[in-house]
Design a protein around this ligand. Structure first.
Ligand code: SME
Length: 166
């Protein structure tokens, strides 16, 4: 979506600019990880009007392996577990990169939790050792909904999250 398009009286950039300080204030003075992540997800859902937004945690599976497991989210019911390298989320974990998918049907191995999802962005968060600890995943019902503006501001959200944990 172009930044010049006005949605509900505010551009995407204006929405993020208003939201980021609110997210900082929400987690300030609170150390509980799940409480903070839950509030951040609710703030993103209602502040940005995302279709689906949530976290996938990197968790031990018990046999010396790890996988992504669904954490706090807002939106329709979603896939619970995602393997390393699988789907957009697993690819974000594997490559340690933010991934923007303009059309999920064109992304090899995309995992469709909802048939309504058309485009997606995933952003990894890291611990002090540089390992991925979680993936922030955002889905849209519209094609090409995410761009460098989302990447920049969602990475700021990730920095706030990393500050809560490290
Ligand atoms: N589409 C994601 C799966 C998670 S849902 O979108 C909530 C993927 O391909 O990894």
């Amino acid at each position: 979506m172009s930044e010049s398009i006005i949605v509900s009286g505010a551009t995407k950039k204006e929405k993020y600019e208003s939201l980021i300080p609110q997210i900082k204030a929400l987690v300030e003075g609170e150390k509980d990880w799940i409480a903070n992540l839950s509030n951040i997800i609710a703030a993103l859902k209602f502040g940005m009007d995302f279709f689906w937004v949530g976290f996938y945690f990197v968790k031990e599976t018990g046999n010396d392996k790890k996988e992504l497991v669904l954490g706090p989210f807002q939106g329709p019911v979603a896939c619970t577990r995602i393997a390393f390298g699988k789907g957009v989320c697993g690819k974000g974990w594997e490559t340690k990169q933010t991934i923007i998918v303009e059309d999920v049907d064109l992304f090899p191995g995309h995992i469709a939790c909802s048939s309504l999802s058309r485009s997606e962005i995933v952003v990894p968060a890291f611990n002090k050792e540089g390992e991925v600890i979680l993936i922030l995943d955002v889905d849209s019902e519209h094609l090409s909904n995410f761009d460098e503006t989302d990447k920049m501001y969602l990475q700021q959200v990730i920095t706030i999250i990393e500050g809560c944990t490290n």
